[in-house]
Design a protein around this ligand. Structure first.
Ligand SMILES: Nc1ncnc2c1ncn2[C@@H]1O[C@H](COP(=O)(O)OP(=O)(O)OP(=O)(O)O)[C@@H](O)[C@H]1O
Length: 351
């Protein structure tokens, strides 16, 4: 997807004025409340008319203030998924799902409904009324309905923020699978750094209606590490669990981690805070922590009033944080060896 945007819009005292061009499929829009994220989405979708500027999607002009082009939202073929699924209450799940699809000209029907139903696991819900669905199920139906209308771009305005923590992370694998399978580009608004990192490859950061940075989600997380109470969150895909003395061993590349057993005991995505990784100069003789990894210090960097340490663990990288005094006491230097010690209880399953 190529998206070229230069837009201005005055809303009361708030002024949106940003321009950017993108050439990637998974874009995040990040910024504090009131920074203009929804305003941008509404202008892209054709729900709010900009005062000036242009929007070009894959070379086609959707809006141009100077030449008075302003395609209506249907003609733009941009799908929108909102925070709360707006399903038609008088229709069942099946009719909701196929609503946009049935109205498409045959040549635009690129997605086979049955394959989408399988990816989103909607089969068991098809004959249900929408009132009986949980928040997560409603969001899956709303997403499915939008995807079946075969848009050129999908805008998601905080699609997970109406869901509780557990449910939110259950939806992410569906989202990832569906976008990988059907290859539709998307823009994803969220306040959550974890969501940005799990979903997107590039992030536009807004502040006060201006684009203040354009970065990778990993760099954004590193930059905010010093001010975040959780430090940096390492996201680890752990696989092939096997029980071990009341604990559970997971594979991380060629390394292994011992975790406290959880109900699920299946491969999945886990978070590990940079604060939970203790560094030792040499292998400790005895410790209650179950994980000791020999690593190389790749990078030492400032992170607020702490120091961030990027560790090269062979197959993957971890970020740890220490205080400045520890860097001196341990004699930490880039290229040097350290042992990272992590408790079995420090890992938290996301999904
Ligand atoms: N119709 C309007 N009239 C006046 N001000 C408006 C109008 N619509 C939005 N605003 C203001 O524009 C600013 C940007 O709003 P917007 O909804 O785009 O922010 P946001 O970044 O999406 O915030 P949030 O994360 O809270 O959803 C806010 O200060 C909002 O109050």
């Amino acid at each position: 997807m190529t998206l070229e945007v230069a837009l201005e819009k005055q809303l009361g005292a708030f002024c949106f004025a940003s321009e950017f061009s993108l050439n990637c499929r998974r874009v995040g829009v990040f910024g504090p409340s009131g920074s203009g994220k929804s305003t941008l989405m509404h202008m892209l979708a054709g729900l709010l008319r900009p005062d000036r500027g242009f929007i070009r999607l894959d070379g086609e002009t959707l809006f141009d203030g100077s030449s008075k082009i302003n395609h209506c939202s249907e003609k733009r073929r941009i799908g929108v998924v909102f925070q709360h699924a707006h399903l038609f209450p008088h229709m069942g799940v099946r009719r909701n799902l196929l609503y946009g699809y049935k109205r498409l000209p045959a040549r635009q029907r690129r997605i086979v409904p049955q394959s989408l139903i399988e990816v989103l696991n909607l089969g068991p819900l098809l004959d249900r009324g929408v009132e009986s669905l949980s928040g997560g199920e409603r969001q899956r139906v709303a997403l499915g309905r939008t995807i079946l209308s075969c848009p050129r771009l999908i805008l998601m305005d905080e699609p997970l923020s109406g869901l509780d923590e557990g449910l939110k992370y259950q939806i992410i694998p569906y989202l990832k699978k569906v976008f990988a399978e059907f290859g539709i580009p998307f823009m994803f608004i969220s306040h959550s750094l974890n969501e940005m990192r799990l979903m997107t490859e590039q992030v536009l950061e807004l502040a006060d209606g201006r684009l203040c940075s354009r970065t990778s989600p990993h760099q954004l997380a590193l930059r905010r590490m010093g001010s975040a109470p959780t430090g940096y969150v390492n996201l680890l895909e752990l696989q092939d669990p096997r029980p071990h003395n009341g604990l559970c061993i997971y594979r991380w590349g060629t390394q292994e981690f011992v975790l406290t057993a959880d109900e699920q005991e299946s491969s999945g995505m886990f978070e590990l805070s940079s604060r939970e990784i203790t560094l030792f100069k040499r292998h400790p003789e005895a410790t209650s922590a179950r994980n000791m990894l020999r690593c190389r210090v790749k990078k030492i960097f400032e992170a607020g009033n702490r120091v961030g340490i990027e560790l090269d663990c062979g197959d993957g990288h971890l970020i740890s944080q220490v205080v400045g005094e520890a860097v001196r006491d341990l004699g930490l230097e880039e290229g040097g060896e350290v042992v990272a010690v992590i408790k079995a209880s420090a890992f938290r399953r996301l999904y």
